[in-house]
Design a protein around this ligand. Structure first.
Ligand code: SAM
Ligand code: SF4
Length: 333
């Protein structure tokens, strides 16, 4: 088996796949209220096309696949697709990121279809604020979906909170405390420069160090989670030192302290482009090759080219940084 390695000797074993650009929410940091211009349906990869890419990637060392969007749960036929994806030889870890609105009633079928774990994006536990942030009134449904995911045995169930200064930073503590009574893995994520409404400013981004200080000042010290899996993702993982907590918290710091040195991923957009970095507009087109009769060898070469073109790191904190032309919902965050 060949192994995908980029120009900086990073092993690429993770493919993040956006299966749709459609979404049933309009989060303020991701989309304008009227939504964004959608891709033409004919340009969106069919499930069979994604399965073909997954098969080729898995033959070359990709073992982890995460489905995202847009909102992945709005795409029809998802369960059957997940079943087939989970059977692709070499795919060991299949996960999904969702806003959770449709999760209640879906969590168990997802698990039965072969999904291992789930990330649910949730930025406020207050009804009015949730509605303001997402432009939807679905907090109860998301919370119901979270409960059901635990019951279904998805493991872990992660809660992703994007923290924005002056908007929801006062809830950092409440979110951390969720990990004390339930086995949630709460992930605090710095606000990134992607919003479609150009409202991002660096001073709205709360650093993970500050988040951690807030939590420790009010709820006691955190200690690092150790063990083989602890360094597997971009989050720095902790649990409360008092030993009571059954879950954990983690901090993802793309802005204040990049983790590009350990980046192990490529991203496939819903319209079939491989992105070499979340923050770079460099894309390798796979859709044309998928549809013009090219053999697997050509697609494999394109995947290797994407790995080879991965930049060393992003440049968010430098003057040269330009916001990406795609919003997060079009990339698949
Ligand atoms: N719709 C699904 C969801 O919201 O979980 C999946 C797609 S969404 C684009 C993936 C993740 O990107 C979500 O956790 C969302 O909070 C995050 N995201 C979107 N815009 C962001 C931004 N400007 N900064 C940080 N995270 C962002
Ligand atoms: Fe939709 Fe996810 Fe973007 Fe919110 S963050 S608008 S749920 S794609």
């Amino acid at each position: 088996m060949k192994t995908l390695v980029d120009g900086y000797k990073r092993k690429i074993d993770y493919l993040r796949v956006s299966i749709t650009d459609r979404c049933n929410l309009r989060c303020v940091y991701c989309m304008p209220p009227e939504g964004i211009e959608l891709m033409e349906s004919k340009n969106i990869l069919r499930y069979e096309e994604i399965l073909r890419i997954a098969g080729i990637a898995a033959k070359n060392g990709v073992t982890k696949i995460r489905l995202t969007g847009g909102e992945p749960l709005v795409r029809k036929g998802l369960l059957d697709f997940i079943r087939k994806l989970s059977e692709v030889p070499g795919v060991e870890d299949l996960s999904l990121t969702t806003n959770g609105v449709l999760l209640k009633g879906f969590a168990k079928p997802l698990k039965d279809a072969g999904l291992k774990r789930i990330n649910v994006s949730l930025d406020s536990l207050k009804r009015e604020r949730f509605a303001k942030m997402t432009r939807g009134d679905d907090l109860d449904r998301v919370q119901g979906g979270l409960e059901e995911s635990l019951k279904a045995g998805l493991n872990p169930v992660k809660i992703n909170m994007v923290v924005i200064k002056g908007f929801n930073e006062d809830e950092v503590l409440d979110f951390a405390l969720l990990s004390k009574t339930k086995p949630y893995h709460v992930r605090f994520i710095e606000y990134m420069p992607f919003d479609a409404e150009a409202g991002w400013q660096k001073d709205k981004c709360l650093s993970v160090n500050t988040m951690r200080e807030i939590i420790e000042a009010h709820a006691g010290p955190l200690e690092p989670v150790r063990g083989a899996a602890a360094g597997a993702g971009p989050a720095i993982r902790y649990r409360f030192k008092d030993g009571d907590a059954i879950g954990e918290v983690g901090f993802i710091s793309p802005v204040s302290e990049h983790f590009c040195g350990s980046c192990n991923r490529l991203r496939l957009t819903a319209d079939g482009k491989l992105r070499t970095c979340l923050f770079s507009d460099n894309e390798i087109d796979l859709r044309t090759a998928l549809r013009d009769g090219s053999g697997d060898g050509i697609i494999e070469k394109l995947i290797f080219r994407a790995a080879a073109e991965k930049p060393e790191r992003h440049h968010i904190n430098e003057n040269v940084f330009k916001k990406c032309s795609r919003t997060m919902s079009l990339i698949g965050g």
